[in-house]
Every structure is written in structure tokens, then in C-alpha cells.
Design a binder for this molecule. Sequence first.
Ligand SMILES: [Zn+2]
Length: 184
Amino acid sequence: MEAILLNSGGKDALLSAILHRKQQTVLHSLFIDLGQPNVDRARKAAEKIASEHCADHFEMTIPGDWFVDSPKAPSGKSIPYQAITLAIMASLYARKINVDYIIIGLRGGFKDAFAHFSEALKCLPIPPKVPLYLLTIEGMSDDEVYTDLKDHFLLPELVSCNFKEPCGKCLKCVDRKKHGLPPN
Ligand SMILES: [Zn+2]
């Protein structure tokens, strides 16, 4: 099987890559630059995941600034429906390279949303072939992901913190510390 790996440069992308490689999936890495504060660190980490696990690596950039003020987001700004934005861009890339599967390392209740989204895509005249979204680690907790990746050499270099420089204080940095990792 061939699939696109939506590669954010984070631990969920790495674990998804590892699990699919065990099933002999050929992975095409896709990093999407949203212009988020941590994008430079995320890009470097994504390249490392890709060079370890993927057949190739491609980068797409969202033009302009799609961020809006969002008091709930860690950095104070976010992209509305960010997961769906990523999914749409990945589906365009899937069409370009003729791949039917897109692996997304999202966790926490997205599976049904993506099933509905795939159905909705079929109504559009543009993609004649709707990709299948594989949320392989959807049901896992943070602790389970960290446990599965324990001692993996790339883990310290992967990006969790949403800020431009690792803050050391946000929930993600605190979680990393709990698992013996430096802020990043
Ligand atoms: Zn942080």
C-alpha cells in the first residue's frame, strides 16, 4: 500500500509512520506550512521523520495569513477548522501523486468527522477519487504514544510546543518534561 503521511514533525506523525512501516506501507511525506509560530522547528522535525521513514518528502504552503485571534489556542491565534484545512490540502496532493490513502496522526474524536468529510468530498466536482483518511492512532492517549516511542532517538527533536521558541510552560512542554524530554 502507498499512503501520504501528513507529517507535522510531531510524535503522532512519527508513531503513525512507524506503525504503517511495520505493515510495509510506502509513505509519501507531506508537510504543510500554515505559517504557525513554530513552523521552522516543525519543518526540521518533519524532514527528520521523512528521511527516516518515507520514500519522499513534499512541502505545501498555505498562501497568506489564515490565522484568527483565538483565546483558547496556546499562541493566541489559530486557523479555524485547521484539521479539515490540512485534509483538503492533503487530498489535493493525493490526487497529484495518485495515492488513495492519507495517514493523519490526529487523536481524540476525529474519526467520525473525517468519515463524514470523505462523504462530503464526493459531492465536489474536483476530486474524482476521494482519498481514505487513516487515523491510525486516533484512540490513543498522550501517555500511550510516549510509551510506544520511549527511547526513540528522534523523540527529543520532535516538536510539541506551539510557540516560536519552546516555552517550557505550556501543557505540551509540561507533558514532555514528565516523559524526560527537553522542551521543544
Ligand atoms: Zn511550550
